[in-house]
Design a protein around this ligand. Structure first.
Ligand SMILES: Cc1cc2nc3c(=O)[nH]c(=O)nc-3n(C[C@H](O)[C@H](O)[C@H](O)COP(=O)(O)OP(=O)(O)OC[C@H]3O[C@@H](n4cnc5c(N)ncnc54)[C@H](O)[C@@H]3O)c2cc1C
Ligand code: SF4
Ligand code: SF4
Length: 353
């Protein structure tokens, strides 16, 4: 289906929401009063008849796309697929208090604590753990609030709605942690009319997470409930291949599920996603396959380089070279995701992104 030319909410509904391609990034929530994040999903609560509107311009799933990440002066040679990088490392946080609740090496939390405590930013847009409610975006202003959000929720959580809400309340000097689609939304934000550039200046730092896919929160909840898991889990994990497992650390102990059992809960919109390593972030962070407790770290911009160097100098981060085999495998996985995404996009929209 070719997308219509409407660049307003009607276009957003036609191209993204109605066909089930919304990935719950939250970027359109709070830009106008017509979309809300409710119980893990984005809902349209009223119709807008503008021909062009911010929700369309910011949505990473709408046609229009993004330019290739660029502007990097000293790009090192990297295998095709992972986007521009200034530096590539394997790293982990060294402060036990910070890393204790981290997903792997606690690099995201370590860099955030440093950015807050050294005054690079004053506020951090993060994703709550959820509990009786769906995980959602929140604004952290202290070490404790950052640590309260550590770990991965493998579902989309409308996180960027918290950024829009904060901006509406006059908050600037923000760091944002998000998935690749959320980094793309931030890239589109910078070009969004009429006030995208101004809004974009409120974000000083972008930390991107690697992502292969995310689950739909309600489908995940339904799955867990059907398996007798009613209470909030302490931690989720998808160990690297060849494990093919989804692990849930419940209050009653660990449960392991074959990945194939959880796959039906993957968001349909993730099928057309072409970015695995958050190419538009200042620093992108994922697992380091084969090295439990470590992260792969791709430093992409000067902003990222300054923070990474400063965190190392403050002894908050331990660094090692990323083994060549890990880099090759990551690049291959990223290329495969791009290819699958392009094929799915062609199938759905005749190739227009
Ligand atoms: C949906 C999803 C899919 C992922 N897929 C992969 C993958 O295929 N390969 C890979 O190597 N890594 C993947 N990751 C990243 C990985 O799980 C870790 O987040 C990353 O390695 C950082 O680890 P850490 O120890 O530094 O994190 P921590 O220091 O624990 O920090 C994690 C941060 O992630 C934020 N966060 C948690 N859940 C979400 C969410 N749903 N949306 C946005 N932000 C969130 C938290 O607010 C926290 O700040 C995925 C993460 C998510 C959320
Ligand atoms: S993908 Fe993001 S911006 Fe697009 S409709 Fe969904 S929540 Fe809104
Ligand atoms: S696969 Fe892409 S669209 Fe889906 S959650 Fe991950 S980054 Fe977002």
């Amino acid at each position: 289906m070719q997308p219509s030319l409407n660049g307003g909410q009607a276009g957003l509904i036609e191209q993204v929401i109605a066909p089930g391609l919304c990935v719950g990034c939250g970027a359109c929530v709070g830009l106008c009063p017509y979309q809300e994040y409710k119980d893990g999903r984005i809902v349209v609560i009223d119709r807008c008849h503008a021909e062009n509107s911010r929700c369309y311009l910011i949505c990473p799933q709408c046609a229009g796309g993004t330019e290739k990440p660029g502007g990097v002066q000293e790009e090192i040679s990297v295998p095709d697929g992972i986007g521009p990088c200034l530096e590539i490392h394997m790293a982990r946080g060294t402060d036990d208090e910070i890393t204790a609740g981290g997903q792997y090496g606690g690099m995201v939390s370590s860099l955030l604590v440093r950015s807050l405590e050294s005054g690079v930013v004053d506020n951090v847009v993060l994703t709550t753990k959820g509990g009786s409610e769906a995980p959602a975006g929140t604004l952290a202003r202290s070490r404790e609030e950052i640590l309260a959000c550590a770990g991965s929720r493998y579902n989309s959580a409308g996180t960027l709605a918290a950024m829009n809400r904060a901006y509406g309340n006059g908050v600037t000097r923000m760091a944002v942690v998000g998935l690749p689609c959320q980094m793309i939304a931030l890239e589109r934000l910078a070009k969004m009319q009429p006030d995208g550039a101004e809004r974009s200046r409120a974000v000083e730092l972008k930390l991107g997470l690697f992502c292969t896919w995310a689950l739909d929160y309600r489908s995940l909840r339904h799955f867990l409930k059907s398996e007798g898991i009613d209470a909030p889990a302490r931690k989720y994990d998808i160990p690297p291949p060849p494990a093919a497992r989804f692990d849930v650390d419940t209050l009653q102990g660990m449960r392991h599920f074959p990945l194939d059992e959880i796959r039906p809960a993957i968001q349909k919109g993730c099928r057309i996603c072409r970015d695995m390593t958050a190419e538009y972030a200042d620093i992108s962070i994922g697992a380091a396959e084969g090295y439990p407790g470590w992260n792969t770290v791709l430093v992409r911009t000067e902003t990222g380089r300054r923070l990474f160097a400063d965190s190392c100098a403050a002894n908050l981060v331990e660094v090692r070279p990323l083994p060549e085999a890990n880099l090759e495998h990551l690049a291959e996985a990223a290329r495969n995701k791009r290819r699958r995404g392009e094929e799915a996009l062609s199938e759905i929209r005749g190739g227009r992104s």
